[in-house]
Design a protein around this ligand. Sequence first.
Ligand code: EPZ
Length: 429
Amino acid sequence: MAKFIIKGGNKLNGKVKISGAKNSALKIMAASIMAGGKTILKNVPVIDDVLTMAEVLSLLGAEVNFDSANNILEINSDNIKSFEAPYELVRKMRASILVAGPLLSRFGEVKVAIPGGCNIGSRQIDLHLKGFELMGAENVIEHGYVYLKASPGIARSSKKKLKGAEINLEFPSRGATENIIMAACLSNGKTVINNAAKEPEINDLANYLSKCGAKITGIGTDSISIEGSDELKGCEYEIMPDSIETGTFIIAGVLCGKKVEIEDAVWENMGIFCPKLKEIGVNIENKEDNTIIIKKSKGTLKPAYISTLPYPGFPTDLQPIMTVLLSIIPGISIITENVFENRFMYADELNRMGANVKIDGHHAVITGVNKLSGAPVSSTDLRAGAALVLAGLIAEGTTEVNEIHHILRGYENFDKKLRNLGADIIKVS
Ligand code: EPZ
């Protein structure tokens, strides 16, 4: 099994360029199911989740070509014939359920495996299904699959399978917002999503769809309207930079950087993350050309109270990574996790490295320690794995991070980028 071996103590110095956003690329790839002709995506990260989504699309019948050396992905969905996303792929990557909205919108039916829970929480899809139902799709759940079919007779023309609807999300779920936006694109009439998620990746998806001919308004707000179109046409589109990778390298810079310049780093896309770091004393600077610079802080950093929330709140995906930083800041910090109920699985691993993190329900109480010490640890999920790698960079001695298949799902060239900054990290298989 592949693992990262890290010798702690090196200072990071230099420039690192952020890759395309995983959580935008995957959705735009799914959306391309509805676009006639060719979609050409640029700045697509070469990560395992993108390869899995490419596999899902190919299985459906799309033609997919990935020029991974240049991060360019071409998709032609004209010959899609299947409507089924099988369990083996959905189990491997939950985002596979994002093909449901586009397939339903284009063909009026879809069969998709129910993803089940994962290492960060139960992760239901009830809000997706409720949205589809309001748009006229009946659903049957059988043998671990949900089968959705547009009710006959609701559409104005045979081309349009679903009808527009007003959908009030009980929680601003990203996945539900994205799936419903996509389902609405080829439907009959207007769909309004209230209490929609506002993450910048959702804007990226909406901007791609608009470029394909979709009529979407309210992008970036919590009320998004979509007027169904007759057809969408494939286009060329550049994926936005990854804000969670940006946050990961920011924290790496704070932990052990002399001066780290992070390029293609969009401050505004990070919500309150960067202002929060400033508040605790981090020396962070936003330059106009989408570069964020981290320099050594002048004084001691202060402990913090943090609550994760949907954008623009503190991102849950950066919660484990922030815990590593708080674990070496003198005093007591508290993190409250409000998005996923089980996102502290990594705490025991971090404690094996000498941290003092106590979990009480959805709160983590972090008492700052003087140092961490290297140990063999295991990634419990993608961001937890990245957090353990960062812990290894500052730990005394050698850290071995196992189960790195989680990390490879979402970070392009993680070890190489860290090595280029001066870290002593190698990947062994
Ligand atoms: C997306 O997951 C991201 N994944 C996650 O990134 C991220 O942690 C999460 O949003 C929150 O920001 C992708 O974009 C592929 P949600 P998603 O629907 O869409 C509950 C990473 O590390 N909920 O906003 O699945 C759900 O259980 C990953 O890159 C329902 O109850 O998140 C959770 O508690 C991991 N019913 C909360 O809402 C539903 O129908 C947020 O989920 C849908 C969600």
